[in-house]
Design a protein around this ligand. Structure first.
Ligand code: UD1
Length: 417
């Protein structure tokens, strides 16, 4: 199994280009199921999760072109096999995003339940409840959701909690439903706005994306479109946190600061000098960071996907930070690994109290999920000596060319077997 070896304690300097957003690319790929015409995408990141989604769609009959220079073309001329099997869904929970589009396009779907996940229970009850309100019949049998509907009907749906993929699934189901759907308490994440943008270019009628109320008027059919996937705000934030923790001066290109408000505010409070212009963000960190407390929240609050990376920075900061996780239970697995590097962290319920230490010391650690792994990379870059991170297949799911990009910034980092 591949490992990542980092010799830390060196500041980062230089320029790096941010890739397209994983969490936008995955739902947008599923939108290809909604039309028999071609969907041409640009800025698609080269990631394991994108390959897994391509594999899932291909086995349903979707024709997938070769991925070159961020381009990917998908065409679902016929969807012969509307099914998402357990072996793919278990490796990538976002596979559940095919449920809404399959029901809308084929009138039936068989999708494996995602099951448990390393960062909490993560049920899909809101997806199911919303589709049922639109007239779908859904039963669960031997670990699979069997869904059917003649044609989905528009409905008013108040979601019990804010769910990103739940909102996306219902939005994709509603675009081909008969009549109007109103989704209340919808998630406002920028990736939802990006999905709405591509659906609108395909002919969908959607209002309110990026707010808590979405209004979708169903249409009979959608057509093909071309779309550029938005920049990855979590990848951007991860590089920013790495500079805040390890020090240095870095320019990120191909990104967008307007989707990163909460992260930029926290890193600025920590002492980073951050400025943004167009598609570029500059960060400079000349001193030891100051500790910053945070509490995760749905967008525009502080992203749970940035919690581990900023906690890693807090480990070497001056002062004590309270880091509270409100979205996922059990999302502190990185804290135990950070302690192996010498971090001083005490966990009380869903709050981690992080007392900054002058210096972390390199050690062997284990990646447990995607963003926990990113937190360990940030810590490894700031730590003195050698850190070896095991199970980095988690990182390959969500970070394009991580070690190349960090090497370009002067980090001493290598993949070893
Ligand atoms: C998405 C992101 C993930 C991010 C998360 C929160 C993608 C592909 N993944 O995941 O990177 O960490 O948003 O920003 O976009 N819940 C229920 N019932 C449901 C659905 C969700 O109880 O039917 C709960 C979950 O257990 C969790 C919370 O709602 O506690 C938020 O989850 P959700 O927003 O759905 O996360 P994902 O969409 O899976």
């Amino acid at each position: 199994m591949d490992k990542l070896r980092i010799t830390g304690g060196r500041p980062l300097e230089g320029e790096v280009r941010v890739s397209g957003a994983k969490n936008a690319a995955l739902p947008i790929m599923c939108a290809a199921l909604l039309t028999d015409q071609a969907l041409a995408l640009d800025n698609v990141p080269r990631l394991m999760d994108v390959r897994t989604m391509a594999k899932l769609l291909a086995q349903m009959g979707v024709r997938i072109g070769a991925q070159e220079d961020g381009r990917l073309e998908l065409q679902a001329a016929v969807v012969g096999h509307p099914e998402a099997p357990y072996d793919l869904v278990k490796t990538m929970r976002a596979s559940v995003l095919v449920l809404g589009p399959l029901l809308a396009r084929c009138g039936r779907a068989r999708v494996s339940l995602p099951g448990g996940c390393a960062i909490g229970a993560r049920p899909v009850d809101q997806h199911v409840k919303g589709l049922q309100a639109m007239g779908a019949e859904i039963s669960v049998e031997r670990g699979y959701m069997n869904a059917s509907a003649r044609r989905l009907r528009g409905a008013r749906i108040v979601m019990d909690l804010v769910t990103v993929t739940g909102t996306e699934n219902l939005m994709m189901a509603a675009v081909l439903a008969e009549g109007t759907t109103v989704l209340e308490n919808a998630a406002c994440e920028p990736e939802i706005v990006d999905l709405a943008r591509v659906l609108r270019s395909m002919g969908a009628r959607i209002e309110g994306a990026g707010t808590t109320t979405l209004r979708i008027e169903g249409v009979r059919a959608l057509q093909g479109a071309r779309h550029r996937v938005m920049p990855d705000r979590i990848e951007t934030g991860t590089y920013l946190a790495a500079v805040a923790a390890a020090g240095g001066k870095v320019t990120l290109t191909g990104t967008a600061a307007d989707t990163l408000g909460a992260t930029i505010d926290k890193l600025s409070d920590a002492g980073a000098r951050i400025s943004a212009q167009g598609e570029r963000i500059d960060i400079e960190m000349a001193s030891r960071p100051r500790a910053v407390s945070l509490s995760t929240a749905p967008y525009p609050g502080f992203a749970t996907d940035m919690q581990a990376q900023v906690m890693a920075m807090d480990c070497v900061a001056d002062g004590t930070a309270h880091v509270t996780e409100t979205i996922f239970e059990n999302r502190f697995m990185h804290a135990l690994e950070l302690q192996r590097l010498g971090a001083d962290i005490v966990i009380h319920g869903n709050t981690a109290i992080v007392k900054g230490v002058e210096r972390l010391q390199g050690a062997n650690v284990m990646a447990t999920d995607l963003r926990a792994s990113a937190g360990l990379v940030v810590a490894g870059l700031a730590a003195q000596g050698e850190t070896v991170i095991d199970r980095i297949y988690h990182l390959d799911r969500g970070y394009e060319a991580l070690e190349d990009k960090l090497s370009r910034l002067g980090a001493k980092i290598a993949r070893v077997r």
